[in-house]
Design a protein around this ligand. Sequence first.
Ligand code: IPE
Ligand code: IPE
Ligand code: MG
Length: 247
Amino acid sequence: MNSEQSNTPKHVAIIMDGNGRWATQRNKYRTTGHKAGVESVRRTIKQASKIGIKYLTLFAFSSENWSRPQKEVSRLMELFTRALKKEVPELHENGVKLRFIGDLERFSEGLRKRMEHVSDLTSNNNKMTLTIAINYGGRWDIINAAKQICAQVEKNQLTVNQIDEKVFEQFLCTTDISHPDLLIRTGGEQRISNFLLWQLAYSELYFTEVLWPDFDGNCLNDAILDFQQRERRFGKTSKQIKEQKNA
Ligand code: IPE
Ligand code: IPE
Ligand code: MG
């Protein structure tokens, strides 16, 4: 599959859910599920890059996930730190540009520096942009943008009348990437859980019962095939879309 020829979504975002249930089903600790989930991340990145997805955005840790038991949170942070060290060389070699979105202030200086280093190191890569959403919340993103806009208005760098969708978007943390074409959520829940609230306005939603540690390249292909059957109308009529295609 090639993204230009076959209507492969340019940007795929994934809510990677179901690690805990996967482990519980096996009488294992939830953290075993998170560890298995790292393998799914690796498989998914490989397949996404192979089929020509340009932007892959993964929801790794939400602003609400801090409310989990302290032990689970620490283990998730450990796994994230370790994966950063271990996986980056290969990602860099494969032309993946890495970026991190979310309120990164909450992390230790060491981890923040590491994320900065990885972003700088891979900044010129152009095979695929991999965005990791960590301590991310859609509401936080919107409020953060609103605050920056207010600051600019206060300094007379922007007028209230100049604020429109285009201007607003420049202050969101996804400013340099297109909106997701396809959102996948694994684990069977059918909700957004405070992921990219603004950016998902017109994304196609795909929910699968598959638990994240079981997700693989074939599951990604299934989601994309489903996406390719959809008609994205953006408020227009089906007739208009067909005419547009044939023009
Ligand atoms: C997703 O799996 C991983 C994170 C939210 C960090 P869960 O840990 O939410 O797994 P379930 O939903 O409890 O099965
Ligand atoms: C969403 O999963 C967040 C991530 C996958 C990182 P949750 O498991 O936290 O979502 P809820 O609590 O079921 O809505
Ligand atoms: Mg969950």
